[in-house]
Design a protein around this ligand. Structure first.
Ligand SMILES: Cc1cc2nc3c(=O)[nH]c(=O)nc-3n(C[C@H](O)[C@H](O)[C@H](O)COP(=O)(O)OP(=O)(O)OC[C@H]3O[C@@H](n4cnc5c(N)ncnc54)[C@H](O)[C@@H]3O)c2cc1C
Length: 391
């Protein structure tokens, strides 16, 4: 039997995240967006409440939550403000490769750092010339005795300016394309690590997006995550685990826009009746509701597949692609429902429209999700296959 009933723990955590989003995030979200201010205070509060580091196992001080519960929390934070939500959830992206492949010592040191204090970590995959096609990355890691020396530049790194450590992908075999990539943990305070540029963005302006350079950065060889040249596989396994949560954040943005549009449609009177009485508006509101419902179902399924130990590459790409496109479509329609007021910053929906755009871009663009979906449906793997990389 398929049962969509949440456990009491899941309901409580979802309600707590909603409450936090309503009381602590919403009241400042538009101001943080206007000034592009990083939400330091909210990070501390969320950490204290236990709304961060959801999937760090209990033995390293985390709550060890299942993926469905993580999605429930991410939807609520995205509903509050997805810029803040992205800042709070980025540790999940940076820690997933460590949880999957780090040595016991690395897990204790670096996961422990995040659970002992409200610290941040970033995931450094993208480079100026290597976005969707990471095999073109130029960052290198050269083994010298018991160390690796890292050189290169990563761009668009979420929380990059504020992170205490980075998960960095670098070439250990320059000739081997994606099969020559390895993953490392790099502490921020090491000589040669620098934050070069903070980006000024269209949306999610409360989140920090930075360019990070590594110039002859020496790290102990033990900071290699997993095996040498298996970093691409680790990155794909990471994205399988984080795309459900990113998609959930897209659902949160869409839900927020839907609620604003629904309420406005009932208040705004034109031609002698609330605009909600006009069928054209009703149909827009109905389509928003349907798309949100379908997105949420895909998000839940993509989390549950992981929780039940199954490979979720296909459903997590369905969820990420559909929820991202839904967030974009619903927020554009919300602006339409508001008419001219929707275009004015004093009203809430233009921010949501700007925020939604990134959902179609980061953690694999909507085109890349379609490539993954096409590959999975044209060359399907057996569903019983355990959760492994898409590589
Ligand atoms: C705000 C923000 C935060 C980010 N955070 C992080 C982070 O924390 N860590 C990190 O490593 N990266 C991060 N990124 C990077 C993000 O993941 C990349 O921007 C994304 O993967 C796309 O890469 P690109 O920008 O180089 O675009 P490109 O790869 O140059 O793509 C350009 C266009 O071409 C399309 N395209 C490319 N290849 C194909 C193809 N084969 N078929 C069809 N269409 C294709 C794309 O879909 C896109 O529309 C972030 C980006 C932003 C903007």
């Amino acid at each position: 039997m398929v049962d969509f009933t949440l456990t009491d723990e899941q309901k409580n955590l979802r309600d707590m995240a909603h409450d936090f989003a309503e009381k602590e995030i919403r009241p400042v979200a538009w101001e943080l967006d206007r000034d592009s201010t990083f939400p330091h205070e909210i990070v501390k509060q969320a950490w204290e409440l236990g709304l961060m580091n959801n999937h760090i196992p209990e033995e390293y001080g985390g709550p060890g939550l299942d993926f469905l519960t993580g999605c429930l929390i991410e939807e609520e934070l995205g509903w509050g403000c997805s810029g803040v939500g992205t800042s709070l959830m980025c540790n999940g992206l940076a820690t997933a490769p460590v949880i999957l492949g780090g040595s016991e010592e690395v897990k204790k040191e670096f996961l422990g750092m995040l659970t002992e204090e409200p610290k941040l970590a970033s995931f450094c995959l993208t480079e100026p010339d290597a976005g969707s096609d990471v095999s073109g990355m130029r960052t290198t890691a050269v083994r010298k005795g018991d160390k690796y020396v890292i050189n290169g530049t990563k761009c668009f790194i979420t929380n990059g300016s504020h992170a205490d450590w980075y998960t960095v992908y670098a070439k250990t075999d320059k000739e081997a394309g994606h099969r020559g990539i390895s993953a490392f943990v790099v502490p921020r305070q090491l000589d040669g690590v620098s934050v070069d540029k903070k980006e000024d963005k269209l949306g999610q302006r409360a989140s920090d997006t930075a360019m990070i350079s590594f110039s002859d950065v020496e790290i102990p060889a033990d900071y290699l995550i997993g095996e040498e040249n298996k970093g691409f596989k680790l990155a794909m396994m990471t994205l399988d685990r984080t795309r459900p949560g990113v998609a959930a954040m897209g659902v949160g943005i869409a839900q927020a826009a839907f609620e604003f549009a629904r309420d406005y449609a009932k208040e705004r009177v034109q031609f002698g009746v609330p605009i909600a009485m006009h069928q054209a508006i009703q149909f827009m509101i109905a389509d928003m509701a349907t798309k949100i419902e379908a997105s949420r179902l895909m998000v839940w399924k993509s989390g549950v597949e992981l929780d039940q130990g199954r490979r979720n590459t296909l459903i997590s790409s369905h969820a990420k692609r559909f929820a991202a496109d839904t967030a974009m479509e619903v927020t554009v329609d919300a602006v339409q429902v508001y008419g001219g007021y929707g275009f004015i910053k004093e009203y809430p929906v233009e921010k949501l429209m700007r925020d939604a755009k990134i959902m179609q871009l980061y953690e694999g663009t909507s085109q890349i999700q379609r490539l993954v979906i096409a590959r999975e449906v044209l060359m399907p793997r057996r569903v019983e296959e355990p959760a492994t990389a898409a590589a």
